[in-house]
Design a protein around this ligand. Sequence first.
Ligand code: ATP
Length: 195
Amino acid sequence: MKKVGITGGIGSGKSTVCRLFADNEVAVYDSDKEAKRLMNEDCALREAIISRFGEESYDADGLNRKYLADKVFSDDEALQALNALVHPAVKRDFERWAGEQSGDYVVLESAILFESGMNEMVDITLAVVAPLDLRVSRTCRRDKCDEESVRRRIAAQMSDDELTRRADITIVNIFETDLEPTVKELDYRFRNVHQ
Ligand code: ATP
């Protein structure tokens, strides 16, 4: 079974694109969501996080995201350490999940497809990009946050130029009405073209 990795920066519309693939009966693995689940449910991962970052990493409700985010914010070494624990667990879980799916192909959604090395686990990589100001306004509208913080988060991510250079296919997401036919065409191609 083919695996398609979909990535893009904040507000590019990768989740919207993935939702359209799901509407075409394609199974989608949301690596961000699954990483959070694994940090709560995978006992070995949980133990490793506690031993590196302390008992405060979890509270009565499970993962203490605020505490961990503060720990890794502006501490690159801590962020690398957390990634080195979480990424292998997500990779294992994705392989397991993909093995359970049926159909011609599956989709892996990841904001950090290339940074995490998960690009190496898929057959085709697809980047969703959009003009910067559009990404900022979409994100502000969605998250009700300020423009400055969105621009800062975007600046810390891989640029659209770099994503376009690395990915096999790029979708430029400007008009919502264009997305559906684009995804339909790609769906046809992924099902029928053997590469
Ligand atoms: P993040 O990494 O922040 O989760 P994302 O890349 O997954 O972002 P989406 O959540 O898919 O982005 O899109 C961001 C917002 O922009 C959403 O509210 C979505 O509905 C809207 N959006 C996406 N594409 C378009 C478009 N072509 N036209 C108008 N709105 C759009």
